[in-house]
Ligand binder design. Structure first.
Ligand SMILES: Cc1ncc(COP(=O)(O)O)c(C=O)c1O
Length: 426
């Protein structure tokens, strides 16, 4: 794809998903990108829309910021809301998942004796957000629930229920669970709707870290799943330009979000307001580059042109399943989830590297792996240590093919050998 205008482009037949789509991204042709899951990969038509909008903004910044952008923002919120089965006024845009989750966690009225439940697999920065809240008065207690893979959805659900039973709240205290819909490392789908249901039955607030969900999980219906709070990045799987995330707060809980972060012009003290001003507060939280939020509409148009959410995710899911097998064969190891119960578009495969016991050993190996993959071999899939083994997490996006998995498999074989020899780890 050259500089073809995307509006003209969408009148044409889309290419098949896979190799031909690489031309629709700015990716270095030498680079094998099997890590869409971390930062997303913005398609050219969306980048073009960002550039066009930037030109429009710069032509008259005041016109844009004072008049043009609010209706554009509302249109985008309406489209996102429709995609996730929510009302427009239950959906606002924030800069990233970390921000959305911090808005929620820092708006709870914490009291001594309250509890926050996280998991050993909670995204690092989000467990630290919980820890930082526990570190200051009134010091809610942070509990960590052990979660090791391989396991089963049934086992996760029953051990979550058991944990909540074993950690009851004092009569006037609250309990808040941070539940991943799709864990980052390993990249696995959790039975989050069941976990939300259990939390509700137990009187526990559910805060769903759905950073990886929108654009990967088909058929999200938040009105039906009814989490108390839910946050997803639009720049990971939805093909939006980073950074942008959606924060969903159902009407029943909006009174709890007393301030956006940062506090904006629409703040009203809770004592002076009769209704929630959740959406108005998030319309302006300080000057930012709005283009990532406003071109979500273009990301949705691009995805519709490719064939829509179901087609896109069927392709990525099948590729993740097949690619994982190819990789495990090359590495002579195993796929973490051979039955596919936990697999959407990310697959975790064991790496032939010796186990480590300290964080220092992890850091030493981690640095070398990143250098070799990104600089020497120009390829990347995430790597992590979990439950006594090293793993790689490969993301299958629309431009990936089985050949990418084959290529990265052979690169991983070399990288693991080099690391073992150079760092003398056996
Ligand atoms: C599960 C999960 N939560 C939160 C985040 C944080 O996302 P961001 O860096 O966009 O705030 C990530 C990022 O990869 C993630 O995977």
């Amino acid at each position: 794809m050259g500089d073809l205008d995307y509006k003209t482009l969408y009148t044409q037949k889309p290419p098949p998903l896979g190799e031909e789509l690489k031309a629709y991204y700015k990716l270095d042709p030498q680079y094998i990108n099997l890590n869409n899951g971390s930062y997303g990969t913005t398609p050219k038509p969306v980048l073009k829309a960002v550039h066009d909008l930037t030109d429009q903004i710069e032509a008259n910044p005041d016109l844009f910021h004072r008049i043009s952008y609010p209706p554009m923002l509302n249109d985008v919120r309406a489209r996102i809301a429709k995609l996730i089965g929510a009302k427009t006024d239950e959906v606002v845009l924030v800069t990233n998942a970390s921000m959305g989750l911090n808005v929620v966690l820092r708006n709870f009225n914490w009291e001594e004796g309250d509890a926050i439940f996280t998991f050993t697999t909670t995204y690092n920065a989000i467990s630290f957000a919980a820890k930082s809240i526990g570190d200051v008065p009134p010091h809610p207690t942070v509990h960590t629930i052990q979660l090791n893979f391989p396991t089963t959805h049934g086992e996760i659900v029953s051990s979550f229920k058991k944990f909540l039973h074993e950690h009851p709240a004092a009569p006037n205290n609250k309990r808040v669970a941070i539940i991943d819909s799709i864990i980052s490392l390993p990249g696995v789908l959790l039975p989050w709707q069941d976990m939300v249901k259990i939390a509700k039955e137990e009187g526990v607030w559910s805060v769903v870290d759905a950073a990886h969900s929108i654009g990967q999980e088909v058929g999200i219906n938040l009105t039906e799943s009814a989490p108390d709070f839910w946050v997803s990045n639009n720049h990971k799987w939805l093909s939006a330009k980073r950074s942008t995330a959606v924060l969903y707060v159902p009407e029943r809980n909006q009174h709890m979000i007393t301030t956006s972060i940062p506090t904006g012009h629409a703040y009203i003290s809770p004592k002076d307001r009769e209704e929630s001003n959740f959406a108005p507060q998030h319309e302006w939280t300080g000057t930012i580059d709005w283009t990532s939020h406003l071109t979500i509409a273009d990301a949705l148009d691009y995805r519709a042109w490719l064939g829509g959410e179901e087609k896109i995710n069927a392709y990525c899911h099948n590729l993740a399943l097949k690619g994982g097998k190819v990789l495990a064969e090359i590495l002579k190891t195993q796929v973490m989830d051979p039955d596919g119960e936990f697999t959407l578009n990310m697959v975790n495969v064991e790496l032939p590297l010796p186990p480590i016991t300290t964080i220092e050993e992890f850091t030493k190996i981690d640095i070398v792996l990143k250098q070799k993959l990104l600089i020497k071999y120009k390829a990347y899939s995430a790597h992590f240590f979990h439950n006594g083994k090293w793993w790689t997490r490969c993301s299958a996006q629309v431009f990936n093919t089985l050949e990418d998995f084959d290529k990265i498999g052979h690169i991983w074989v070399k990288v693991c050998e080099e690391v073992k020899n150079e760092l003398h780890v056996k």
